[in-house]
Write a new protein. Structure first.
Length: 226
């Protein structure tokens, strides 16, 4: 069954009221909650080490959620899903909110795309990869070139437009396909915290290893169908 991308990736939830009973008007507004990692910290090793996952998920990803909750307290953003915050803050050029929401959202997608599955595209996705890149070798070449275009911090994404045409996006900092009106299919983090412990300054080796060994291409195909 295709994954409902909005259900899978939305991170909103209610904050516990610390055991206190309050009238509805005084209830603590909902906060954005970091989802649990969908596998053990060592599940991606040796491509991504357990130490990198522990720091990346437990420190960096958590910090984006923590900061987002601080920035959105008592704001209309608290009534939105994380997906909606990303899109709305991008539309409004609300950079402080977008940076935290975008990175929180990006990393939820990032972790989920590695949870098992086939090592190559199938079905409609395979047809699209062949049509738009000439096959997997062409897709990998485009993703590596896209990663190289990101100066400093950012992400390289495989995305689809409204007609299902695939493209590679090289986006700075917290940039992501939803903010660009595109459907995210694969997202590779090229901030140094994602790879430096394992690959040092060899960013291309990190990107290539993730594409070859970690991406669940069934998950990718399900995003194209969603």
């Amino acid at each position: 069954m295709p994954i409902d991308r909005r259900t899978l990736l939305a991170a909103g939830g209610a904050v516990a009221a610390a055991g206190l009973v309050r009238p509805a008007s005084a209830q603590t507004p909902k906060s954005f909650e970091q989802p649990k990692l969908p596998y053990a910290e060592d599940a991606l090793a040796p491509t991504i080490s357990a130490r990198t996952v522990a720091l990346h998920y437990g420190k960096h990803h958590k910090a984006y959620f923590d900061k987002l909750n601080q920035l959105t307290e008592n704001s209309p953003y608290r009534e939105m899903t994380l997906d909606q915050v990303v899109v709305e803050s991008a539309k409004k050029n609300d950079t402080a909110i977008f940076n935290q929401a975008g990175q929180a959202w990006n990393h939820v997608f990032y972790w989920n795309q590695f949870a098992g599955g086939p090592a190559a595209p199938e079905g409609r996705l395979q047809e699209a990869v062949t049509r738009d890149f000439g096959g997997m070798d062409g897709l990998k070449k485009a993703m590596l070139a896209g990663a190289d275009k990101v100066f400093g911090t950012g992400w390289v994404w495989l995305a689809a437009d409204g007609q299902g045409k695939l493209e590679v996006l090289s986006l700075q900092d917290a940039g992501n396909p939803p903010a660009e009106g595109k459907v995210p299919l694969v997202g590779i983090d090229v901030w140094e915290h994602a790879y430096y412990l394992d690959y040092e300054n060899r960013r291309p080796a990190h990107v290539e290893a993730v594409l070859d060994k970690l991406v669940n291409w069934r998950f990718v195909g399900e995003q194209l169908k969603a």
